[in-house]
Design a protein around this ligand. Structure first.
Ligand SMILES: NC(=O)c1ccc[n+]([C@@H]2O[C@H](COP(=O)([O-])OP(=O)(O)OC[C@H]3O[C@@H](n4cnc5c(N)ncnc54)[C@H](OP(=O)(O)O)[C@@H]3O)[C@@H](O)[C@H]2O)c1
Length: 277
């Protein structure tokens, strides 16, 4: 498994597992658990969740899936901006730990920026770190100006990742956010890497994938995975989808294919505000 270094010292898999909208339907539960367990077996040991997902249902299902395998997994969860206060972060973290049935999160993210001053949130996260309840903290959906501001605050340079919307059809981050994160050694986690499956219907991508002997999902993921310092977290709720996605790691893209992808999905030609889903 290709690895990405976070916080200057720890290696995590470049391909992890998203879990938005899992754990919400009883009839799908067994396959969702089997999928997460298969993903761990295949080296996709980074699992991304949030207190928001299914109002805790995603965290509860992950807790069940990783029972007895906690040490193999790098667990990422997120808290709501309205829980970003000193007390709110502590309570939200304890709730997530209880639902996941673990003692510690590997990475804890502010889901998006709200009204609570970032200083207060950083101080609360550092306290959780000192107490051993989280190992690293980071942010999600923060644009370049927010990242600049965050890094300059006391303790702000401990930010371990920024999780943002990034895929072939959402390339705005290439203009300034990705270069900024690269310069400051803050790895980016690309969420919705296949645009919640909408990309897979794009005729140009389908045709190119067919010529390449790959599927559209594999091409879209391989395009992201070729970057250094980028963690990609597709969500799959079946083992068939998961196994198709993991094979994207074995899907090298030549210059001609990359040029064709640039033609189909042009890179940004100016700064645009960060998009989010
Ligand atoms: N920080 C944030 O604000 C934020 C926002 C959005 C997402 N996220 C995180 O990022 C993760 C991934 O993003 P996402 O779930 O929005 O979208 P995504 O990963 O781009 O797409 C997921 C969808 O694609 C389908 N799919 C996956 N692999 C497939 C394949 N090989 N062939 C056909 N369909 C396939 C899935 O279907 P099945 O479920 O049927 O397999 C699901 O419907 C989330 O789950 C979440 O953990 C974070």
């Amino acid at each position: 498994m290709k690895q990405v270094r976070i916080a200057g010292k720890e290696w995590v898999p470049a391909l992890g597992m998203g879990t938005w909208m899992i754990g919400e339907n009883r009839s799908k539960r067994a396959e969702e658990i089997a999928t997460l367990q298969r993903g761990i077996d295949l080296g996709m040991t980074l699992i991304d969740t949030a207190e928001m997902y299914g109002d805790g249902a995603s965290e509860r299902l992950i807790g069940e899936a990783i029972k007895g395998r906690r040490e193999q997994v790098f667990l990422v969860s997120k808290f709501y901006p309205h829980n970003a206060t000193a007390r709110g972060v502590r309570v939200a973290c304890e709730d997530s730990l209880r639902r996941l049935e673990v003692d510690c999160l590997d990475l804890y993210l502010l889901h998006w920026r709200g009204r609570v001053p970032l200083e207060e949130t950083i101080a609360a996260l550092e306290k959780l770190r000192a107490q051993g309840k989280i190992r690293h903290w980071g942010v999600s959906n923060l644009d370049t100006d927010d990242m600049r501001e965050l890094r300059e605050l006391p303790g702000g340079n401990a930010v371990a990742v920024n999780q943002v919307l990034y895929n072939l059809s959402r390339r705005g981050v290439e203009w300034d956010l990705l270069p900024w994160c690269e310069k400051h050694a803050v790895p980016v986690m690309a969420y919705s890497p296949i645009e919640q499956a909408r990309l897979l219907r794009q005729p140009g991508l389908r045709a190119l994938a067919a010529r390449h002997g790959a599927t559209p999902a594999q091409l879209a993921l391989a395009w992201l995975l070729r970057r250094e310092q980028l963690i990609v977290i597709p969500k799959a709720s079946t083992r068939d989808h998961l196994e198709e996605n993991v094979a994207a790691l074995e899907c090298p893209l030549d210059a001609e294919t990359l040029a064709e992808l640039d033609r189909l999905f042009p890179p940004p030609s100016r700064a645009t505000p960060l998009e989010m889903l």
